[in-house]
Each structure stands twice: as structure tokens, then as C-alpha cells.
Design a protein around this ligand. Structure first.
Ligand SMILES: Nc1nc2c(ncn2[C@@H]2O[C@H](COP(=O)(O)OP(=O)(O)OP(=O)(O)O)[C@@H](O)[C@H]2O)c(=O)[nH]1
Ligand SMILES: [Zn+2]
Length: 294
């Protein structure tokens, strides 16, 4: 019996990297099908060896988490990438990505790329808001290599997935972290023409021992409609000290009298910008629910 990590699956064949670094091709034992469980990329598995390079997956360890798109298990962190300019940062999208990350139990790293285009010191602005509430914020440049060493440190011994809007430099950064897989980079329109956005399966790329990157960006569609509006507040980590201290226990921190969260915003303990995004996203979730009921 050997242990390993599932890096790739193609048409019923699974490629597992064993603890000694060897890559073998496996089938899954029939019992998984009966239990409606199938191994997915990122799974920590037990393997019965058939020969030097073949085996059968006989066990799957309990998953720490499981992303849907891309379908990957046991992801540790998301590297949320935005460009400092071209395209401009959307703070609401950034907060939505952080919410999804928190929801999936991932650590979030905020990576601000295209440092050469940061004329307005946007980096400092973002860093001030987000480092204060405990997120790591790093500045990178896909062209000059600035910050790539910090990024390398951040991904060490972890399974990481990139997330972020189109054109911010995710593929460029991915390429500068490893040389096994070359992702296509370039302007958005030319990439679409080349048919980049066809569906494909995710794969784990080993950067070095115990360090893996998911080769397709996560969270490409930011659909939060699964989330109960009352639950949203818990994804704003700086609200934690105030939740439960409002006058009304059902307080959603919008209009209610005696709201401890709103007081914290007024006292400058919670950033106005984050609170505004909380309110906007909450209203969006409530609107979705209302529409569904009709
Ligand atoms: N000025 C500048 N351009 C960069 C930098 N990093 C990447 N780019 C360019 O930005 C464009 C988009 O980069 P990609 O890496 O393809 O972006 P992406 O996030 O993977 O985009 P999608 O695949 O559409 O999601 C390319 O033309 C890159 O050469 C940087 O630090 N500064
Ligand atoms: Zn409140």
C-alpha cells in the first residue's frame, strides 16, 4: 500500500504522485462507483501497486474542501490577482472573491500585478485596507519579475489556485512560477479567438515537492446566489468582533437601530469601503431571493 496525491484524471485514468515522487497511472476500485464517490484532482489517496508504474486507488482521504469550478479537492489558498491598472481594480469583485474564498475555507492572498502601471499609488490604498484585516497583500510585475520571490514563498508547501478577472496577468504569473506548463498569455480578444475558453479538466502542477498550483483559474464566475443573506456577514472577517453585539439579534447591519457594526464604521474601526460593499452585496442577495420567490 502506498500513499499519494492525485494530480490529473483523464477518462477513468488517474495520475497519482506517490510520496517518493514517482508518478503512476491508476484505475479506481469499483466500490467508489457504488458509493457515488469518484477521485478528483487534489485527492490524497491510497494506492495498491500492480507494478512499477500502475496501481489501483483503494482509498480517498477525507477532503478538507472541494471546489466546484475547477473541480479540485484540498486546496489551501487562493491567490487573488488584480492589476493595479489596465484593467482597474474592482473592489466589489475583490470582496466577492474573498467571500468565496472564506466560504471554501481557503486562505486568501491578494496579489496586485502590473506594478509598472501604478501611477496613483493604488497599491498602498489596497494594502492599507486589506492588510489591516489580516490579508497578505503583495505587489508583482509579470514583466520584470518584481515580487515573484514573495509569491514563491507564499505558495511553498501549499496547493494554490489563482483567481481574478481576465487580463490581470494570472497566466503570466503562473508561467513565472514554474516551467512545466506554459499558459497562453496575451490580450483578451486574441486569446478568445484561439479558443482558450473551452472546458477542460483541472490539473495540479508540481512546482517543487509539496508545492502545487491548479492550472486553471478558480472562481471564474462569481455567483454568490447560493448564500443565505444572513450568512454574508460572517465572510467579512473584521465584522466578527461586532456581530452579536447589536440591539437586535437578527440585525443585518443596514438600517437597524443600535447596530454595533454601523457604529464601528462610524468610529473608523471598519473601513467604509468594505462596509459599502457588504451592503451592496447583501442587497443583491436579498433581491435574488425575492425574485426567486415570484
Ligand atoms: N504592463 C504589464 N503588463 C503585464 C504584466 N503582467 C502581465 N502583463 C500583460 O497583461 C496581459 C494579460 O496577461 P495574462 O497573463 O494573459 O492575463 P490573465 O489574467 O491570465 O488573463 P485571462 O487568461 O484572460 O484570465 C498580457 O499582455 C501580459 O503580457 C505586468 O506586470 N505589467
Ligand atoms: Zn448590526
Amino acid at each position: 500500500m502506498a500513499k499519494g496525491i492525485l494530480l490529473k484524471g483523464i477518462a477513468g485514468f488517474y495520475y497519482v504522485e506517490l510520496e517518493d515522487g514517482k508518478l503512476i497511472e491508476c484505475k479506481a476500485r469499483g466500490k467508489f462507483r457504488k458509493d457515488k464517490l469518484s477521485p478528483i484532482v487534489g485527492d490524497r489517496v491510497e494506492v495498491e501497486l500492480i507494478d512499477e508504474s500502475h496501481g489501483v486507488i483503494t482509498g480517498i482521504s477525507e477532503r478538507k474542501n472541494q471546489l466546484i469550478r475547477p473541480q479540485v479537492a484540498n486546496v489551501d489558498q487562493s491567490i487573488i490577482v488584480f492589476a493595479l491598472k489596465n484593467p482597474d481594480i474592482s473592489f466589489i469583485l475583490l470582496d466577492k472573491l474573498l467571500i468565496l474564498s472564506e466560504h471554501n475555507d481557503l486562505t486568501s492572498i491578494i496579489c496586485l500585478n502590473k506594478s509598472d502601471l501604478d501611477g496613483d499609488n493604488t497599491f498602498e490604498e489596497v494594502k492599507n485596507i486589506y492588510e489591516n484585516i489580516g490579508y497578505k497583500v503583495i505587489k508583482t510585475n509579470g514583466k520584470t519579475g518584481e515580487g515573484i520571490d514573495s509569491l514563491k514563498n507564499v505558495i511553498k508547501n501549499k496547493v494554490s489556485v489563482f483567481a481574478g478577472p481576465s487580463g490581470v496577468g494570472k497566466s503570466t504569473l503562473f508561467n513565472s512560477l514554474q516551467d512545466k506548463v506554459k499558459m497562453e498569455t496575451g490580450e483578451i480578444s486574441s486569446k478568445i479567438n484561439r479558443g482558450k475558453h473551452t472546458t477542460r479538466h483541472a490539473e495540479l502542477i508540481e512546482v517543487e515537492k509539496n508545492t502545487y498550483l491548479v492550472d486553471t483559474p478558480g472562481f471564474s464566475s462569481i455567483d454568490l446566489s447560493f448564500m443565505e443573506p444572513e450568512y454574508l456577514q460572517y465572510s467579512f472577517r473584521e465584522f466578527k468582533d461586532y456581530i452579536g453585539r447589536c440591539k437586535f439579534s437578527s440585525c443585518l447591519h443596514i438600517k437597524e437601530y443600535g447596530c454595533s457594526v454601523k457604529e464601528a464604521v462610524e468610529e473608523g474601526k471598519i473601513q467604509q469601503k468594505r462596509y459599502d460593499n457588504y451592503r451592496d452585496i447583501l442587497l443583491e442577495l436579498m433581491e435574488n431571493r425575492r425574485m426567486k420567490k415570484w
